[in-house]
Design a protein around this ligand. Structure first.
Ligand code: ATP
Length: 259
């Protein structure tokens, strides 16, 4: 019998928010290796708050978050940096670095206090430059890059960090359709070919339906989770937006504007 892969991330009865302000509760899902998962939901529903909570940038209000079966509360920061990498919307303060230098920062959890790169570190950096089509840009300063190029660099840094779990907050914002698809396909390849577990928030619901293995819909109530086809069949996209404005077409997996 085939052995079931261990969950990389398990979230149960999670409540997120700020102090006494609860943003969302009863969030439940789990992710295995090699899975690309999109988190969708309307503006202000709590997508960034969820990612920040999972990354331990802010405390959870209640519930449980486990990485490979261990509560994240118990994982020391230096170990956490080898388990999860994070790409947030803020542009890096380190834009004065070259592409190669920024990606090398991904190796920080593994280097000594002098930051000396071993041949193993250099191998990861070169593989990340290759995978994200950045070889021609490796000596450019990050402030010279377009939004799409910079986004590729930030994801390449996460890849160089070589963690089983990668969290990204809106990795396709400000990109044109071609570059949105490019980024999502690169993430999908990273998940499928390198068995990374990747969780990202997005407003690109239609692209996420086409490219994700699983999706989490933050809807302010039950937060359905599952494969895109399953979520379509269960009509979970239908009530995402007010129906007098837009309607979901389950045949095509797209939203139609009511004129
Ligand atoms: N630092 C903060 N302190 C208090 N409330 C906050 C803070 N940051 C966000 N919020 C509130 O938490 C709620 C969820 O915000 P969040 O940014 O997580 O939503 P989102 O789904 O990522 O939104 P968007 O799609 O617009 O990026 C909102 O009501 C927001 O105003």
């Amino acid at each position: 019998m085939e052995k079931q892969a261990q969950n990389i991330l398990s979230v149960s009865e999670l409540a997120i928010g700020y102090g006494t302000k609860k943003v969302a509760e009863h969030i439940n899902f789990s992710l295995k290796p090699g899975i690309l998962c999109g988190v969708v939901g309307v503006n202000g529903i709590g997508k960034s708050t969820l990612l920040r909570t999972l990354a331990r940038f802010q405390p959870m209000l209640s519930g449980k978050i486990e990485l490979k079966g261990q509560s994240t509360k118990q994982i020391p920061p230096e170990k956490l940096a080898k388990e999860l990498s994070v790409v947030l919307t803020e542009s890096p303060a380190s834009k004065n670095l070259t592409v190669e230098e920024l990606i090398a920062l991904g190796r920080q959890p593994y280097t000594n206090w002098l930051g000396t790169l071993t041949s193993q570190d250099k191998k990861y950096i070169n593989e990340s430059l290759d995978a994200f089509l950045l070889n021609d840009l490796r000596h450019k300063k990050c402030h010279e890059l377009s939004d799409g190029q910079l986004q590729r660099v930030l994801i390449a840094r996460a890849m160089a960090q070589d963690t089983p779990l990668i969290l990204l907050d809106e990795p396709t914002t400000h990109l044109d359709l071609y570059h949105k698809v490019q980024i999502l396909k690169l993430l999908r390849e990273l998940a499928h070919y390198q068995q990374k577990t990747i969780l990202f928030s997005t407003h690109e619901i239609e692209l996420a339906i086409q490219l994700c293995d699983t999706m989490l819909i933050l809807d302010g109530k039950n937060h359905p989770f599952g494969g895109p086809c399953q979520l379509i069949e269960q009509q979970h996209f239908d009530g995402l937006f007010p129906s007098e404005m837009v309607q979901f077409d389950p045949q095509t997996g797209t939203f139609k504007v009511n004129k």
